[in-house]
Design a protein around this ligand. Sequence first.
Ligand code: SF4
Ligand code: SF4
Length: 443
Amino acid sequence: MNEARSCALPGTPLAQAAAGLDACVHCGFCLQACPTYVNLEDENDSPRGRLVLMRRLLDGDIAPTDPDIGQHLDRCLGCRACETACPSGVPYGELIEATRATLAPIRGLPLVARLILRVFRVHVVLHTALFFARLFRNTRIPELLARHVPRRLGFPLAMLASTRARSIPVAPLVNSLPPTSLPPSKLPPVTLPQSAASTSLLTGCVMHGLLRHVNHATEETLAHNGFTLTATPGQRCCGALHAHAGDIEAARELARQNIAAFERSNPDTIVVNAAGCGAMFKQYGHLLQDDPVWAARASIISAKTRDVSELLATTGPVPGLQPVPVRVTHDPPCHQMHAQRVVTQPMKVLQSIPGLELVPLEDADQCCGSAGIYNLVEPDTSDAVLSPKLRRIAETHAQVLATGNPGCMMQLGAGLHLTGSDTIVKHPVELLAESYRGGTRPA
Ligand code: SF4
Ligand code: SF4
């Protein structure tokens, strides 16, 4: 948008990002990709409808305090499936974050969102909260209670319960194993990469606090693939929750702390096993583009960031050693598939595991309804988006649902638990690590 044109919100993040609005030709190709439109059937809850609302906000046709407009914008999951579907290259993710950053100071954020964002911003508070959450989870009370209390309380309890490490169910499958299954002794010889780049893991808040077994599996699989791991002390929350909610200054402050931490450890590659955090790190260059001190430094950190599946795919990955005879379906996190455009690499990780039966998931490209803290602040729409996903998972008869993001792991784990499903949720690297553990690392 030309800012010389009449603008009701001059100087705001939305006004600065408004050129992206002009790219929309209102073709509607994005509509069927949008989970809120598909489930709510309201044009105002579609990408095209929301882009019109953003334009009308800028033109002053509607007030930023209008509660109806705010509701339609709040209901956006920020999944960015519309970006993948859009033939005109509309930067929807950038636009919705700019809109929220514009509206948050005017409308304020819900109390629950303010509390959660505050906790994730203060490192010591966050880690104390996660410590007590871990203790509470280990009592098994959340697991036992979740189905017997109202949804508002039961769903968060089930999310917490879902972070407990589970054994992979390796009961014999109904179907015979696929022909790629080989006993360890007949596995082909493999060559490990010779020159390993130094790699440092973004340990993450929730991954480190509640899903530490996933971090261990990540480190095991990377080491097995020849990568040298270095520690990066001083890491903080990546800021994704803050950016998605419109608290852009908090996101920038957390980004600066992470950039400084990874500059000190200076790895060749920053590896991330949480798709939402990986997408955020890759956006640091954009987030701090107007900061003269941090812009170039942020771009370097973004350029070094890789999803763990991207990194493993560069080495094959090295095939698994021990068969893992389990039926698995894969649900790609939106911030892996749509925001990072990492699509084939997680499948390569799963396909490298002998004995594993990978079955396709219908509508896998649709969001699960997690979207950061969306499932806590917009529970009704989140449930509406989650329900068809759970039906699709049930149709696969998979024993394991693999997905590479803690938010999706907890959302899907909670949904499966509350519906009485036996399907468990695993990160893809957990399955690969299981296969490596069962055999001997080649010389
Ligand atoms: S966002 Fe893209 S796909 Fe959707 S209506 Fe606009 S131009 Fe078409
Ligand atoms: S980000 Fe997701 S929920 Fe939001 S408009 Fe795009 S497709 Fe719909």
